[in-house]
Design a binder for this molecule. Structure first.
Ligand SMILES: Nc1ncnc2c1ncn2[C@@H]1O[C@H](COP(=O)(O)OP(=O)(O)OP(=O)(O)O)[C@@H](O)[C@H]1O
Ligand SMILES: [Mg+2]
Length: 277
C-alpha cells in the first residue's frame, strides 16, 4: 500500500476535540504487555503492548474483527465466560496483575464499568437499574443511602431532571439516548475506576450522540475511559490517545492529534481516510 500524500489527509476534514493531546503528568492506569489472546485456533490479539493513562479517553479504532472488543474483554476478564479461550502476557491495573491467582474476579469487574453498543437497561425501574449493581457489590446499604447514590449517578450523567418523576417506570421506556445515559449511570453506580465503552453511540441519533460525547468528556476528569468507535470524527472529538488495530495487531498508538493529522503507518492513513474498513 502506498503512503498517501498530504492532500489525501487534508481531504479528511477532521475536527479534533479541545484536548487531542495526552495530559502531561497523568499516571499509567492499565499497563498491557505482550498480550496474546486466542479463541480456539483464532489468534485474536497478537503481542499487544499498550499503556492506558488515567483521566484520559483512549480510543480503540480499526476495521471490524481486528480485536477491539476482545481487548476490552481481556481488561475486565469477561472473556472468561467464553469457553475455549486462552491468554498470555500481562495486564497491570494500578501496578497489580489482574490475572494474579489471589485476585477476586467479581471485585475486579466492579472496578470496570461497561457500556455496550446498544442501550441495554434491565427491564426494571429506572431506580433499580442504577441501584442493582451497587447493592449487589455492597456499595450502599439501606433505602436512604441507595436513593442518594441513584440521584448522584443520574445527576452525573445529566439525566436526573429528565427522570426524577419517572424513577419507578421501566428503564426500557426511556428514549434511546436516555437509556444509554441510564446505562452509564448504572456503570458508575458500582464506583468503578475505569469505564469501558464498546461503540456506545452507534445506536444513537446525532443529538443523543453529542450529549453522550459531552458526558464522556466530563467523566474523563474522574475516570479512565476506553472507548471503541467506528466513527473517526467521534474518536477525534472525545479522545486524547488513539490505538489503531489491524488483524489483531496494534499498528500505531499516539495522541489523537498525531493519529488524525500526522499518522505514520500507511494502514492508519488508509483506515482513517476511509480507504478500507
Ligand atoms: N466468541 C468468539 N468465538 C470465536 N471467535 C471470536 C469470538 N469473538 C470474536 N471472535 C473472533 O476474534 C476476532 C476479533 O473479534 P472482535 O470481536 O474482538 O473484533 P472487533 O474489532 O471488536 O470487531 P467489530 O468492530 O466488528 O466489533 C475476530 O476474528 C472474531 O471473529
Ligand atoms: Mg467489537
Amino acid at each position: 500500500m502506498s503512503v498517501m500524500s498530504t492532500t489525501d489527509l487534508v481531504d479528511f476534514a477532521v475536527h479534533l476535540g479541545p484536548f487531542p493531546q495526552h495530559i502531561a503528568g497523568n499516571g499509567v492506569k492499565i499497563d498491557i504487555s505482550n498480550l496474546n489472546f486466542w479463541y480456539g485456533e483464532t489468534h485474536a490479539l497478537k503481542n499487544i503492548n499498550l499503556k492506558i493513562f488515567e483521566r484520559e479517553v483512549t480510543a480503540l479504532i480499526g476495521p471490524s474483527g481486528c480485536g477491539k472488543t476482545t481487548l476490552l474483554r481481556c481488561l475486565n476478564r469477561s472473556h472468561e465466560f467464553v469457553p475455549g479461550t486462552r491468554l498470555s502476557g500481562q495486564i497491570l491495573l494500578d501496578h497489580e496483575d489482574i490475572y494474579a491467582t489471589d485476585l477476586d474476579p467479581p471485585e475486579l469487574r466492579r472496578r470496570f464499568g461497561w457500556v455496550a453498543q446498544k442501550p441495554n437497561p434491565f427491564p426494571w425501574s429506572v431506580h433499580y437499574n442504577v441501584a442493582y449493581g451497587a447493592k449487589l457489590h455492597g456499595v450502599v446499604e439501606g433505602r436512604a443511602e441507595t436513593d442518594a447514590l441513584v440521584e448522584k449517578c443520574l445527576r452525573q450523567v445529566g439525566l436526573w431532571d429528565e427522570v426524577k418523576d419517572r424513577l419507578n417506570e421501566p428503564g426500557t421506556d426511556l428514549s434511546g439516548g436516555q437509556q444509554q445515559r441510564l446505562c452509564v449511570a448504572r456503570a458508575l453506580a458500582t464506583n468503578p475506576d475505569v469505564i469501558l465503552m464498546d461503540e456506545p453511540a452507534s445506536a444513537l441519533d446525532p443529538l443523543a450522540t453529542a450529549t453522550l460525547e459531552d458526558l464522556i468528556d466530563q467523566l474523563r476528569g474522574n475516570y479512565t475511559i476506553v472507548i471503541i468507535t467506528h466513527n473517526m470524527q467521534q474518536a477525534a472529538r472525545v479522545s486524547q490517545r488513539v490505538a489503531v488495530f489491524h488483524l489483531g495487531e496494534m499498528v500505531e498508538y499516539g495522541d489523537a492529534e498525531t493519529i488524525f493529522i500526522r499518522p505514520r503507518h500507511p494502514l492508519t492513513q488508509a483506515y482513517i481516510t476511509g480507504r478500507f474498513g
